[in-house]
Write a protein that binds this ligand. Structure first.
Ligand SMILES: Cc1ncc(COP(=O)(O)O)c(C=O)c1O
Length: 464
């Protein structure tokens, strides 16, 4: 028999529901464990000064909710299911402090969003309109949520005249929506020669033909873009002008103007992925500012706040509203109202700004560490993002380097993952420094990378 003793003070509603809630809480926090035997109804009624009938109803309610099971003559037990107490489950957002050091995923560090979430959920639970977040068709909230999104994007000084906003489930979804709305199977999609890898699989699934456009140290080359337009008659370009994946290049304002000029001249629509755009304190204006009639601007809160929220925004010329709304409806109907509400509250009350600043500071600290550990091996570049791009010495092939790093417990991505077309991928790797929770592990991983960098493939093949 468990020593569990429920506390009903402070719980709302009829006593039997308060007791059923206490049982649910006991199971979900692990105080009551699978197969624990509950007190007999009579003894609990005596202890809590409740009627036997109230305790019976509570046990029945908890059984109905799936927390208990009874066996006639043997008593009432905590049900054994796939259910795990919250504490026993690994924290999904935070990296474990053991096992491989993961520099392969471009995700923010866990930060303090959890504390903000706990507070907001508590406050939401008392909301008089809580049930509206369960509805499909709500009239007011999407408008409020879009306004909050517009406010969040406001600091980028995106033009808003003649432009609309749609909520999406993160930038990945926004990107898919844009591709669905703007292209048909067989169409050409222009991309930077190195691009965000999932675009390659999206293109494959949508029957699009990817055409790489050459880059230099400033990003996409305007002449190469112009040539690609002339030779393919492509109508759409996907690009990442700010903290490009994987090279971490941020296009200068001058280069943005040149690209915008080609976009306008060729009548292209550009899908501008600005998912990292809230990390730099100072940055050039979005490409959309220079080609407002031709740009679908895309961002999310994944890198600035937390990726599990799955809230993103598309901002685009009004003329594309029908196509983008149709693709949104087809793929998701709507962004989850509860998540949009959480993000909107955070934007309005300043939490979003605070959490973003934390990401920014941590990104900067990790860049400083990379600079210290890798020294001159690491070329200069934008230090405000989560990732760095590390060209390798000629003796190394990037795939062999990644395999050697994996053998030493560090996961990194080679250039080939991002390369489009048949041309050889550059001899470089991407290191994402923010995903690991502990700075010590980041330093440890960087030291392994530096050591491999200075060694030779033959040495590393001896390491098991
Ligand atoms: C360049 C780029 N675009 C889009 C995304 C997708 O972001 P979200 O989590 O908002 O879907 C990512 C995520 O890693 C990314 O790196």
């Amino acid at each position: 028999m468990t020593m569990w003793s429920p506390v009903l003070n402070g719980r709302k509603g009829p006593a039997y529901l308060a007791l059923a809630d206490a049982i649910a809480e006991g199971v979900s926090t692990g105080v009551l464990r699978p197969r624990d035997r509950l007190p007999t109804q009579r003894s609990l009624a005596y202890e809590l000064r409740l009627s036997l009938n109230t305790v019976s109803r509570a046990y029945a309610e908890a059984t109905r909710r799936g927390f208990l099971e009874g066996e006639v003559g043997r008593g009432t037990f905590v049900r054994v299911t796939g259910w795990q107490p919250v504490e026993a489950q690994p924290a999904r957002m935070a990296r474990p402090l053991s096992g491989p050091i993961d520099f392969s995923l471009n995700l923010p560090f866990a930060g303090n969003a959890e504390a903000a979430l706990a507070q907001t959920l508590e406050s939401l639970s008392h909301s008089p309109v809580l049930s509206s977040y369960l509805h499909h068709d709500r009239n007011d909230d999407p408008r409020r949520h879009m306004d909050a999104g517009a406010r969040w994007m406001g600091r980028l000084k995106l033009p808003d005249a003649g432009r609309s906003v749609i909520l999406c489930n993160g930038a990945q979804h926004g990107l898919l929506v844009a591709l669905l709305a703007l292209l048909r199977p067989g169409d050409v999609l222009l991309v930077e020669a190195l691009t965000y890898a999932p675009v390659k699989s999206m293109a494959r699934h949508l029957g699009l033909s990817l055409r790489p456009v050459a880059m230099d140290d400033e990003g996409l080359k305007p002449e190469a873009l112009d040539d690609a337009c002339a030779s393919t008659r492509a109508k759409v370009l996907y690009c990442l002008p700010t903290l490009h994946t994987p090279t971490a290049i941020t296009m200068s304002e001058a280069r943005r103007r040149e690209i915008a000029h080609v976009v306008e001249k060729r009548g292209l629509t550009v899908i501008e992925d600005d998912v990292f755009g809230f990390l730099p304190v100072e940055r050039p204006p979005p490409l959309a500012c220079f080609a407002p009639h031709h740009a679908v601007f895309l961002t999310s809160v994944s890198k600035s706040i937390a990726p599990g929220l799955r809230v993103g925004y598309l901002q685009f010329p009004d003329r594309l509203r029908g196509a983008l709304q149709a693709a949104t409806n087809m793929s998701t109907w709507m962004s989850p109202p509860l998540m949009s509400e959480i993000v909107s509250r955070w934007i309005i009350d300043g939490t979003a700004e605070r959490l973003n600043a934390e990401q920014r500071n941590e990104a900067r600290a990790r860049h400083d560490m990379a600079r210290q550990v890798l020294g001159p091996r690491l070329p200069g570049g934008d230090r405000s993002g989560f990732h760095v791009w590390l060209p390798l010495p000629d003796r190394w092939d990037p795939d062999a380097f990644c395999a050697a790093a994996r053998r030493r417990g560090v996961e990194v991505q080679p250039a080939s993952v991002f390369a489009v077309g048949d041309g050889a991928a550059p001899n470089a790797i991407r290191l994402c420094l923010s995903h690991e929770t502990s700075r010590d592990r980041v330093r440890q991983g960087l030291a392994i990378i530096a050591d491999l960098f200075d060694g030779a493939p033959e040495d590393s093949s001896l390491i098991v």
